[in-house]
Design a protein. Structure first.
Length: 569
C-alpha cells in the first residue's frame, strides 16, 4: 500500500506536525482516531439555495458511517453549490469555479481520498473535473432524481411539462388556477429533475465513465436504497485508498466512448457534450466533437423518458435502471474498469429489464436514430448540436427565412407581438449568447415560439443560437454554434431575411450566402462592447474556451499538475 498522503501533515515529530495534530485535537479528536487511517474528504455541494441537494446533510452522515465502518476517518468539506434553479447569471459560468475549488481544496487539506457529491446540473462535471485534475482516489456520489410530479392525476416531469403548459397558457388554453396547481405539484421531494435533463444525464455519464458505484445514478433521491448506496461509497473509498486506485487508473478512452454510446441511448442532454469534452481534457484523454458523431451515430434511442419520451427517472429505476440499460447496450460497450473494483461486464451480469415500455431493446428501439446530432456547415465551422429525438420530424430537413435577434432582451420584448413577421417556416436566431457573448453561455437556447404561432397551433419551429438549452427542454433547437457570434463566428454575420438550410441526415447547417458575401459582412462586423474589468467574470471571459473545446479555462487544461507532480504550495 502506498504511504498515506495525510501522514505528511501528522506523522513527523517536528513543530509543524505538532501544530497540525494539536489543532485537530482541538476539535475533540484523539490522534489514534485519524493518524495512520485513510482520511476521506467528503466534498459536499450543499447549500440552502440548492433545491436538488436538500438531502445532502443526511447523505454526508450516511457516507461517514461507511467510512468509519471501513476503518477510515471522514471529514466533510463544503464547496460552492452551483444550484441550477436560482443562481444567476448562469450556473455554467461557475462550473469552472467549482472545479478549481475542488482541486485546490483536495490539494490543500490532509485527505487521502474523496467522495465527491453532486447532482444538480453543473455540480457533477464541476466536482469531477477538479477530482480528475488532482487525481487521488475518488468516488462520485450522485444526488438522485426527485419523485415524479403530479397534476390532476397526470405524472409530470420538471422542465419538460412546464414548457408544454406554459405554451398552452400563452395560447390561452390553460388558466391561472390550473397554473398554480401545477406549480405546487411538479416538484415534490428532494433530488434533481426527474426527466432526462442535464442532472440525470450527467449522473448517468459519471456512472458510464466508471466513477460511481454500480446502479447509483438511477436511484431516486428519497429511496432508502440511496442511503445504502451513500454508505457503500464510504466503505468503498477506503478500499480505493488502500489500493491506491485513482481516477487515472479507472478512466480511459474506452470509458469516454462508453459515455457517448450511453448518452445517445438515453436521449441525454446536449449539455453533456460540453461537459464530457471538458472532463476528458482534465483526464488527459483525447476527445473531440467529431467523436460524438462517429461513436454515437449508430446508437438508437432506448429510453422512453421525457423530454424524448413519456416516462421519468423513477420509472427508469424500477424498470431496471442504468444496469439494465447497460446490459441491453453491452454489445456496444467496452468492458471498462469501475470504482467498485469490478469490470463493467461483471457489474451488469445479473441485470434485467423489467419494463420494455421504459427500456427498449437494440432490435426494437424507441427511435432508430441517435438522439444527438453534430452539425457542420458554414454557419457552424466548429460544430453545433441538435437533439433530434426531441424535435418535430418535419424540421429535420428544413429551409426558411431567418428572424435574427442580437440580444435576448430585444427578443423577449418583441417575440409576442401580434404583428411579428413569422410563420411556421421561420428560423429564429439569437446571437451573443455564447461563452463570451452572454457571458457564460446561459440556457437561452430553447427560444420561445411566438405567441402568434402558438395560437395557430404551431408547436415547434427551427431555432438557432450559440447558447445552451436545459436538458429538460425539447424542440428543434440548434445549440452551441461555434465559433460563437461574439468573437465573429459566421452566426454573427446572419441578417433577418437570409435563408437558412438544415439537413440533419447530412449533418449540415448553412446560411445560403456566397463566400464573397460572408467575407464582405465579416469586414463590416463590430463585436458588441463588453467591459469586464474585475472579479471572477473577468477571469472567466479572459480564459474560457469555446463550446466545442468544453468551455474550460485554457490554463487548466494544458499543464494542470496532478498529485505527486511538482507544485509550489
Amino acid at each position: 500500500m502506498k504511504k498515506l498522503r495525510s501522514l505528511r501533515w501528522f506523522e513527523k515529530d517536528d513543530l509543524r506536525s505538532f501544530g497540525h495534530r494539536s489543532r485537530v485535537n482541538q476539535m475533540g479528536y484523539s490522534p489514534q482516531e485519524y493518524i495512520g487511517k485513510p482520511i476521506i474528504g467528503i466534498i459536499n455541494t450543499w447549500n440552502d439555495f440548492n433545491t436538488c441537494h436538500t438531502h445532502f446533510k443526511e447523505r454526508v452522515e450516511d457516507i461517514k458511517r461507511g467510512v468509519f465502518q471501513a476503518g477510515g476517518f471522514p471529514m466533510e468539506i463544503p464547496v460552492m453549490s452551483v444550484g441550477e434553479q436560482l443562481i444567476k447569471p448562469t450556473s455554467m459560468m461557475f462550473r469552472n469555479f467549482l472545479a478549481m475549488e475542488v482541486e485546490e481544496i483536495l490539494r490543500a487539506f490532509p485527505v487521502d481520498g474523496a467522495v465527491v457529491m453532486g447532482g444538480c446540473d453543473k455540480t457533477t462535471p464541476g466536482v469531477l473535473m477538479g477530482a480528475f485534475s488532482f487525481n487521488i482516489p475518488t468516488i462520485y456520489m450522485p444526488a438522485g432524481a426527485m419523485l415524479k410530479g403530479n397534476f390532476e392525476g397526470e405524472s409530470l416531469g420538471s422542465g419538460t411539462d412546464v414548457w408544454k403548459y406554459w405554451d398552452l397558457r400563452q395560447a390561452g388554453c390553460f388558466g391561472d388556477c390550473e397554473w398554480r396547481k401545477l406549480e405546487m405539484g411538479i416538484a415534490r421531494s428532494a433530488g434533481t429533475c426527474m426527466t432526462m435533463g442535464t442532472a440525470a444525464t450527467m449522473m448517468t455519464m459519471a456512472e458510464a465513465l466508471g466513477m460511481s458505484l454500480p446502479g447509483a445514478s438511477s436511484i431516486p433521491a428519497v429511496d432508502s436504497n440511496h442511503k445504502r448506496m451513500a454508505r457503500e461509497c464510504g466503505v468503498k473509498i477506503v478500499e480505493l485508498v488502500h489500493k491506491d486506485i485513482k481516477p487515472s487508473d479507472i478512466l480511459s478512452r474506452e470509458s469516454f466512448e462508453n459515455a457517448i454510446v450511453t448518452l445517445n441511448a438515453i436521449g441525454g442532454s446536449t449539455n453533456a457534450i460540453i461537459h464530457l469534452v471538458a472532463l476528458a481534457k482534465r483526464a488527459k484523454i483525447p476527445l473531440e466533437l467529431d467523436d460524438f458523431e462517429k461513436i454515437g451515430r449508430d446508437v438508437p434511442l432506448l429510453l422512453n423518458l421525457k423530454p424524448s419520451g413519456k416516462y421519468v427517472m423513477e420509472d427508469f429505476y424500477y424498470a431496471g435502471g442504468i444496469l439494465a440499460l447497460q446490459k441491453v447496450l453491452q454489445p456496444k460497450l467496452h468492458n471498462i474498469k469501475t470504482v467498485n473494483l469490478a469490470s463493467l461486464y461483471e457489474n451488469i451480469e445479473e441485470a434485467k429489464v423489467f419494463n420494455q415500455e421504459v427500456i427498449a431493446t437494440l432490435q426494437k428501439p424507441f427511435n432508430s436514430n441517435p438522439s444527438l446530432a453534430v452539425l457542420r456547415g458554414n454557419l457552424c465551422l466548429n460544430g453545433a448540436i441538435l437533439k433530434q429525438s426531441a424535435c418535430e420530424k418535419r424540421l429535420l430537413k428544413h429551409k426558411g427565412r431567418a428572424l435574427v435577434y442580437d440580444d435576448i432582451q430585444t427578443l423577449k420584448e418583441e417575440i409576442d407581438k401580434e404583428d411579428l413577421d413569422v410563420d411556421e417556416n421561420t428560423v429564429l436566431i439569437l446571437k451573443n449568447a455564447g461563452p463570451l457573448g452572454a457571458p457564460g453561455m446561459p440556457e437561452w437556447g430553447q427560444l420561445p415560439i411566438p405567441k402568434k404561432l402558438l395560437k395557430r397551433g404551431v408547436k415547434d419551429i427551427l431555432r438557432i443560437s450559440d447558447a445552451r438549452m436545459s436538458g429538460t427542454s425539447y424542440g428543434a433547437c440548434v445549440l452551441h454554434v461555434s465559433p460563437e457570434s461574439y468573437i465573429g463566428g459566421n452566426l454573427a454575420l446572419v441578417k433577418t431575411g437570409d435563408w437558412i438550410s438544415l439537413d440533419v441526415e447530412k449533418r449540415l447547417l448553412e446560411v445560403c450566402l456566397s463566400e464573397e458575401e460572408l467575407e464582405q459582412r465579416r469586414k463590416e462586423f463590430q463585436p458588441p462592447r463588453r467591459d469586464y474589468t474585475s472579479g471572477y467574470v473577468k477571469l472567466y471571459t479572459d480564459h474560457v474556451t469555446q463550446a466545442h473545446e468544453g468551455c474550460d479555462f485554457d490554463f487548466l487544461v494544458k499543464d494542470s499538475p496532478r498529485e505527486g507532480e511538482p507544485r509550489i504550495f
